[in-house]
Write a protein that binds this ligand. Structure first.
Ligand code: SF4
Length: 360
């Protein structure tokens, strides 16, 4: 099981309200491997698969008895180490200043054991930059070399070997941690079409239940994708000599999100009923029903119970399932005392509560 404070991995899955959760760094893998992963997640877990804010995969609903067969069944090749996040279009993006993959591999090989959740970002300096991703140490490629950012300190650009040596030296004191404040650039937008050196990348997002993920991976293969990869921003990128129109159409058909301004991107919904035994409301259908009515800028958290798995922090409005009814928590978390209770079927009242949450 996951030691306190550590990231849940296949080796150390984390207990949650809907069973064990395992996180897998989601590097580029052929569509067929994603199809197999989706089918395996449905067999050994509850079939709820998520892509996290850092672009990792989360498989939910595993049990102590199914973690090992799940790990065996997905096969080798999936990355296991969440220490380093690198640009999702590494080596493919014509705008990147340097391919971050060799440096990321060298850091992984040289890094000493580090505290739980220590995070290093290795950013090739391309279109899908990692500026907004929290990290303890950050290396960014520029036209004059790799810039190491450590807390508020920004070192002058260094050649790759020196950047590696400097970063590894800093890792000698990993207790001196400071999650970096985001830099001024807004987060990169992974959704939509991106031009690669050879081919295209199409970014989508959404709720990736196993059948939907498998169907999308199949459509991606048919459209010419050679790989799928998770990307920061809870996105899935299809990569290759793509024909994007039929793939986008398949994403629409499957109810996935293709447009950056889709209001569903501002809703965090947990597995809910019936997937999670702790849930007393069905969160995902509620998210679909409320999304068209979400006022601009409002972030909504739908939680099947007060554990708040999908969004542990505060949201502008949280709707939490309590004994089959819905508690409204403005500006708080799923654990907070609701200001009001509504029936789960009272959709018009719930829609009105969205408007109330934005009233001055
Ligand atoms: S928050 Fe949602 S997924 Fe987590 S335990 Fe409660 S109902 Fe289950």
């Amino acid at each position: 099981m996951t030691p306190r404070g550590a990231c849940p991995s296949l080796a150390t899955p984390m207990p949650t309200g809907d069973g064990l959760l395992a996180r897998i760094p989601a590097g580029p893998m052929p569509p067929a491997r994603w199809i197999a992963l989706a089918e395996t997640a449905a067999t050994f877990g509850n079939g709820h698969i998520e892509i996290t804010a850092r672009g990792n995969l989360q498989v939910r609903g595993l049990t102590p008895a199914t973690v090992a067969p799940f790990t065996m069944a997905i096969g080798e090749g999936w990355p296991t180490d969440p220490l380093i996040t690198r640009s999702p279009l590494a080596g493919l993006d014509p705008t990147e200043q340097a391919d971050p993959r060799p440096l990321a591999a060298a850091i992984r090989a040289a890094a000493p054991p580090l505290p739980p959740k220590f995070a290093i970002a290795v950013d090739g300096g391309g279109a899908l930059h990692l500026d907004a991703l929290p990290a303890d140490l950050r290396l960014t490629a520029t036209t004059t070399g790799w810039v190491l950012q450590d807390g508020d300190a920004l070192l002058p650009p260094l050649p790759e070997a020196e950047a590696l040596a400097t970063l590894v030296a800093r890792l000698a004191d990993p207790t001196r941690r400071s999650r970096l404040p985001p830099r001024p650039r807004p987060p990169a937008e992974p959704l939509g079409l991106h031009h690669l050196r050879h081919g295209l990348a199409l970014g989508i997002a959404g709720a990736f239940e196993a059948p939907r993920l498998a169907a999308y991976a199949e459509a991606a293969a048919t459209a010419g994708a050679t790989a799928l990869t998770g990307a920061p921003g809870r996105a899935l990128l299809a990569l290759g000599p793509l024909d994007p129109a039929p793939l986008r159409a398949a994403a629409h058909r499957l109810g996935l999100i293709t447009a950056p301004d889709d209001p569903r991107r501002r809703i965090a919904a947990c597995a809910g009923r019936p997937a999670c035994a702790s849930a007393t409301i069905a969160t995902r259908p509620l998210a679909e029903a409320l999304a068209p009515h979400l006022p601009p800028g409002l972030t909504l958290h739908l939680s099947g119970c007060p554990k708040g798995c999908a969004h542990p922090g505060r949201a502008a409005l949280t709707l939490v399932g309590i004994e089959g009814r819905i508690g409204l928590v403005p500006g708080g978390t799923a654990r907070d005392r609701p200001a009001r209770m509504l029936d789960a079927e009272a959709i018009p009242d719930l829609i009105a509560s969205l408007q109330d949450a934005t009233a001055p």
